[in-house]
Design a protein around this ligand. Structure first.
Ligand SMILES: C[S@@+](CC[C@H](N)C(=O)[O-])C[C@H]1O[C@@H](n2cnc3c(N)ncnc32)[C@H](O)[C@@H]1O
Length: 279
């Protein structure tokens, strides 16, 4: 706990941790329950929201024509399984073991045209021949800028000519607000960060110069006093930066949408959508 008291006043973005431990087996199992929960839209959205978004991807983006789709950071396959039911061939990559196991089981029991790869999207091979590559729910912003750029480059290479890259990203204002949140804490008999009684202390920082929000989580085990530390940094981008990032990679016809249903969706105001095509 002394480490906690003597922590560096302001964290260096990404230096204290990449992101919350999605790929830790215990954490990923507990996180799976949050993905599937219909009480909130935290790890994944509620199914009714996803249904509307999938309808837009299928109808408006893909013109209701079967495509080969790659979902980066697919979680438990809530988008891929729906898209496969509409006739698309889907491949999902995610490094969460519990999410990938769930997604595979869904595909197997329903006989869906989905396959899943449990790998880190920074190092995974994406293959080629896709009509759509997507990275949803703001996860793009959690990567260091150089990694995010490399992911976009790999996604571009994976697309067929005319194929689309869909990024659902955080708005600049959302990331800043995240970094400007006041400190907070909660206790739980068991929860996402631990299955044992624990306290979670969080603090947030906004690095205005680098436009990065960093969140620290200290998880204190109530019985032993042990402290587990996690941190996640989130890069803010202006609309112009998103546009150049895609254009510099070679993507053409970059279009912005206010949400994953194409029109403003006040329940999803933290996000926006950019789509570019490989010409
Ligand atoms: C916010 S969740 C969204 C899941 C899914 N796209 C959805 O909307 O239902 C982010 C997902 O990205 C995955 N993820 C984060 N970083 C990753 C990485 N470096 N490689 C693979 N998956 C990653 C996590 O495991 C998690 O399933």
């Amino acid at each position: 706990m002394l480490d906690l008291v003597q922590r560096q006043a302001v964290p260096e973005p990404w230096a204290e941790g990449e992101k919350i431990p999605w790929n830790d087996p215990g954490f990923s199992q507990r996180m799976l329950a949050e993905h599937l929960s219909q009480a909130h839209d935290m790890a994944s959205r509620r199914f009714a929201v996803i249904d509307r978004q999938v309808a837009w991807i299928h109808g408006a983006l893909l013109g209701s024509t079967p495509a080969r789709i790659l979902d980066l950071g697919c979680g438990p396959g809530l988008y891929t399984s729906r898209l496969a039911r509409l006739g698309h061939e889907c491949i999902g990559i995610d490094f969460s073991p519990a999410s990938i196991a769930y997604a595979r089981e869904q595909a197997r029991t329903e006989g869906l045209d989905c396959s899943y790869v449990q790998q880190d999207i920074r190092t995974a091979e994406y293959g080629t021949g896709y009509g759509l590559v997507m990275l949803l729910f703001g996860e793009f912003n959690v990567f260091r800028p150089a990694e995010a750029q490399a992911i976009v480059r790999k996604a571009y290479q994976a697309l067929d000519e005319g194929g689309l890259l869909l990024l659902e990203v955080h708005t600049f204002a959302t990331v800043r607000a995240l970094g400007e949140q006041p400190r907070s804490w909660y206790s739980a008999p068991s929860g996402l960060f631990s299955e044992r009684p624990h306290l979670v202390l969080t603090e947030s920082f906004w690095d205005a110069q680098r436009a990065v929000a960093t969140e620290r989580y200290f998880v204190l085990d109530a019985a032993t006093g042990d402290v587990a530390r996690h941190a996640a940094s989130v890069q803010a981008y202006t609309d112009e930066q998103y546009r150049s990032l895609l254009a510099d990679t070679g993507l053409a016809a970059v279009i912005f949408y206010p949400s994953l249903i194409g029109s403003p969706d006040e329940t999803q105001g933290e996000f926006m959508v950019t789509v570019g095509s490989r010409s």
